[in-house]
Design a protein around this ligand. Structure first.
Ligand code: 1GP
Length: 250
């Protein structure tokens, strides 16, 4: 159970982390070996698995297939209780602290407790903040919560409240496919005030935007859409390979 430890250690020595988000509903299993070859050759440090709406069983099938192909940490980023599987290494136990829907603050967690009570998964309590990003996103639709307005103070206070509650990670989410990623200004404000690692994701689709997120203080960036049906994004990231900027877990 070393996923959180490795994230914290990388922050201490100022290394960066990059997760690719794979949606079990979109990823076809036959295409996985070639896709993993690209992932392994890249600076990607983590594989996150999750989606807003995923058919039951698909998550486990994908995780088992991934496990046969790679040693990278497999981290569940579940949109629902049905996306929890013992086959993964860890689960982000997400509480949507930016919103006021009790289901996503604690309700789903009560249901998940039954599965997690005797689990071997590493459970990582994570404060999940949905930030306004230009248009309605799937997260907003599914969770029926409004995103936080782009106000540094509210967002920083919300993230801090999560830390004070004992959450271990803060995740600033613009939403998958967001028009605008979380702004550098907001990331910087949150990071300067936070003593736990900071994850940023949603709408990042160029190396420049990725660099900007890191420069503002993101410790781990999550990218999904830019890697889907688009191998050129892997090429765009090739120049990182010699930088020594990333810390793989193994
Ligand atoms: C979604 O933050 C992730 O939860 C990734 O978003 O698909 O826009 O990269 P993208």
């Amino acid at each position: 159970k070393h996923v959180l430890e490795h994230i914290k250690a990388s922050v201490v020595i100022n290394k960066k982390l990059l997760a690719i988000l794979i949606d079990p509903d979109k990823q076809n299993i036959e295409a996985l070996p070639d896709f993993i070859t690209l992932i392994k050759a890249s600076v990607i440090t983590h594989i996150f698995i999750g989606g807003s709406t995923v058919e039951a069983q698909r998550t486990e099938t994908l995780v088992l297939a991934l496990k046969r192909l790679t040693d990278l940490p497999l981290v569940l980023f579940p949109g629902d209780v049905t996306q929890i599987t013992e086959a993964a290494d860890a689960v982000l136990f997400l509480s949507l602290i930016s919103g006021d829907n009790p289901d996503f603050l604690i309700g789903k967690h009560v249901k998940a407790a039954r599965l997690l009570r005797n689990s071997n998964l590493e459970i990582i309590p994570t404060g999940y903040l949905l930030i306004e990003s230009g248009a309605e996103t799937a997260v907003q639709r599914v969770t029926k919560t409004q995103p936080l307005k782009n106000c540094k103070h509210t967002i920083t206070d919300t993230a801090k409240a999560g830390e004070l509650l004992g959450l271990q990670l803060i995740y600033l989410e613009a939403g998958s496919g967001a028009v605008n990623p979380v702004s550098g200004h907001v990331i910087k404000g949150v990071k300067n005030d936070l003593n736990i690692p900071l994850i940023v994701g949603g709408g990042i689709r160029s190396k420049q935007q990725l660099d900007d997120a890191y420069a503002a203080g993101a410790d781990l960036v999550v990218i999904g859409t830019a890697f889907e049906n688009n191998n050129s994004f892997f090429e765009e990231l090739e120049s990182y390979s010699i930088s020594g900027r990333f810390l793989k877990a193994r």
